[in-house]
Design a protein around this ligand. Sequence first.
Ligand code: PS7
Ligand code: MN
Ligand code: MN
Ligand code: MN
Ligand code: MN
Ligand code: MN
Length: 351
Amino acid sequence: NRNQKLIANNERKKRCYDFLDKTSRSFSAVIQELDDELRDAICLFYLVLRGLDTIEDDMTLDLDRKCELLRSFDKIIFQRGWNFKDNGPNEKDRHLLVDFQIVIEEFLELPKKFQDVIADITKQMGNGMADYASGDHRENTAVATIKDFDLYCHYVAGLVGWGLSDLFAASGLEDPSIANDKRLSDSMGMFLQKTNIIRDYREDLDDGRQFWPKEIWGQYTDDFAGLVKPENAKTAQAVLSAMVLNVLEHIPDVLTYLKSLKNQSVFNFCAIPQVMAIATLALVFNNKDVYHRNVKIRKGTAVKLIMASTNMDNVVAIFREYIHVLSSKNDAADPNFINISIAVGKAEQWI
Ligand code: PS7
Ligand code: MN
Ligand code: MN
Ligand code: MN
Ligand code: MN
Ligand code: MN
């Protein structure tokens, strides 16, 4: 009987790592390489947030029902047996919520110190997502001001940075001080999320979503969806460079955070997504394809970057390389030319 229970527990954990593989593409590999003290906690943190994001992204769900689920998700993860079988049939990660009782069971096996961090971040993120989904921050467009944009990115990504730093500290693998500077942890998530939002312009637009703040694109056009039209190419370029400029601000914080890490597996886990993001940012800059399709770095480049991201010297060299690429694509005729040069200069100063 005890043996059977052990087998069942193992089977359940395996199901969770299967979920991770199926839902994360990029995060699965780096999470599996984490030291024993953190691997399961971060896997479960990922799955809980992926479940929450699947609810946020489900555009077929009744809005009141959606907000109710988002706002109570930090309680749901403590309810043995809970799952959600009637969510959007076409939602990408639907299967995760259909069998979510498995994730909950495994979450409840975590040490309380980890459960507390995950529940705290889930609560803040779920409420933030609900505020935006329900329109508390909406005017004509979902995200009006740069402040709205920063707050949304804080909810869905900066908070992940806070939570991860708390987990690193609680595990003992990193110095407790890693969790002290909230701004640095926040920037780690902001840099990833803002780059993702730029890259996903077309995908999000086709899904009926708009994350680029009107305060930025409204300086150049009244028609956000019209940026895809060939006759608006010049305007589209200016909007894109204004968006990239907004992301560049986070680079010094990202490098400062990475430099303070001590544990090798934590360093790799943190550095790889950031390195992918700077490469993606250089690729999307002044690239009109962003308005038509999902621009992706080449598989071979990604493999090379992952293998190199094992120490701070390499990471700095990679950032230097891509900031140089970006800088060489800067166009003197672009209205953001000077500000991009200044932001590049500031990043280079850190390096
Ligand atoms: C717990 C590892 C390392 C201090 C599911 C990692 C979606 C960019 O466009 O699938 O929806 O498809 O590409 C990750 C900070 C969050 C921020 C956020 C949880 C780094 C739910 C990643 C990931 C902080 C909301 C990518 C934030 O999703 O997006 C764990 C340090 C989840 C990190 C979402 C976005 C993640 C994102 P899309 P993706
Ligand atoms: Mn989402
Ligand atoms: Mn999503
Ligand atoms: Mn996206
Ligand atoms: Mn994605
Ligand atoms: Mn998506």
